[in-house]
Design a protein around this ligand. Structure first.
Ligand code: NDP
Length: 334
């Protein structure tokens, strides 16, 4: 097998040597197990959190263990009646590795929708799509005519979250890095405005684009961007707190809004959530998202990096923004 092993907990950015690419043996299958040749590996901002031993929602990856990550693969050898050879399976958080030995109890067959590529099940119809859908519909609950702001809006979660709010009849403003990402939001996804936080004063741009204040803040970034948005939220505003990526490479706790009293005065709802808690309800999201994808009404992109050996370099792209859509690694050809 070929695997990425966590050797050191990163300090600041992930550095060479924190992860090691290793060759290991694959053990024989036991009854009920299958050998999966992984096709795609999902790279996610939370990978950086799992590498650390900070307080978090899953146990940290232990030093010396295979790096955790979501995969889709094809069954190459099977001792399971449920998953014969050739089945395409979602192997959950099976890890940064070429092959996975998985028990049938941990696997799900990937539904085959006509014309939908496998990369969709790793993005818009996978965990990031569910994150966007549950965060927006369960917590954000945008109403027609309300103003919604989404940060990291051109990313995998943000781009879907903003489109869902548009479909609910809201005005949607996205915050993203660079003119190309901002143009994609307004010209192709139908956002009502976009703010390039790398060149614009975010507060001034929010004042201009959200003259009636902000009702929903789908928060992906944290820090100064979150502060600028929270400072403009209306009474009874809702904030699904999805991520705080601006702090993931930093030491210490991520800061909250500078004026916490505003949460009281304006009766804001701020709710952190993790998609894992919503997995038992995945079918609800799938029922709306799959037809939208099939009809081309929900746009999405995958940025596929070739070769498992490039995973440790590629994951950095999430923190520089140097990717166009959901970041994936093609582990082996389909
Ligand atoms: P993306 O595809 O959005 O990639 C990450 C993006 O974050 C980058 O492209 C970059 O966009 C932006 N970014 C990175 N660093 C900064 C920074 N310092 N300031 C501002 N923007 C920054 O990844 P995902 O869609 O997978 O994740 C987006 C967010 O959602 C993350 O916070 C992640 O942790 C969270 N998440 C939460 C889940 C949950 O269950 N709660 C599940 C999945 C994701 P740009 O080029 O615009 O700067």
């Amino acid at each position: 097998n070929r695997q990425w092993i966590l050797r050191k907990r990163p300090v600041g950015d992930i550095a060479p040597g924190d992860l090691e690419f290793a060759e290991t043996a694959i053990r024989p299958l036991e009854a009920g197990e299958v050998l999966i040749r992984n096709l795609y590996l999902s790279l996610d901002p939370t990978n950086r959190i799992w590498m650390s031993d900070q307080d978090q929602y899953l146990p940290p990856v232990e030093l010396g263990q295979v790096m955790r990550g979501g995969t889709i693969g094809v069954v190459e050898a099977s001792r399971s009646q449920r998953f014969p050879e050739g089945t395409i399976v979602n192997a959950g958080l099976s890890g940064w590795q070429a092959y996975t030995v998985g028990h049938e109890g941990m696997l799900n067959a990937v539904p085959a929708l006509p014309g939908v590529p496998l990369t969709a099940y790793m993005s818009v119809l996978g965990a990031t799509g569910l994150t966007a859908w549950f965060g927006m519909t369960d917590i954000g609950r945008p109403q027609p005519g309300e103003t919604v702001v989404v940060s990291a809006a051109a990313g995998a979660v943000g781009s879907v979250a903003g489109q869902i709010a548009k479909l609910r009849g809201a005005r949607v403003i996205g915050i993203a890095g660079g003119p190309k990402k901002c143009a994609w939001l307004t010209d192709e996804l139908g956002f009502d405005g976009a703010i390039d936080y790398k060149t614009e004063d975010v507060g001034a741009a929010l004042d201009r684009l959200c003259p009636n204040g902000i009702d929903v803040n789908f928060e992906n970034v944290g820090g100064a961007i979150m502060d600028a948005v929270v400072g403009r939220m209306n009474n009874f505003g809702r904030m699904p707190l999805c991520g705080m990526i601006s702090g993931y490479n930093a030491e210490g706790a991520a800061g909250g809004p500078s004026d916490f009293g505003r949460v009281l005065m304006h009766r804001l709802l701020i709710k952190g959530f993790i998609v894992i808690d919503y997995l038992p309800r995945a079918a609800e999201a799938f029922a709306e998202l799959a037809p939208l994808v099939l009809e081309g009404k929900l746009k999405w992109k995958a940025h596929v990096v070739d070769g498992l050996e490039n995973a440790a370099d590629a994951v950095q792209r999430l923190f520089t923004g140097d990717h166009d859509g959901k970041l994936l690694v093609r582990v082996s050809p389909e």
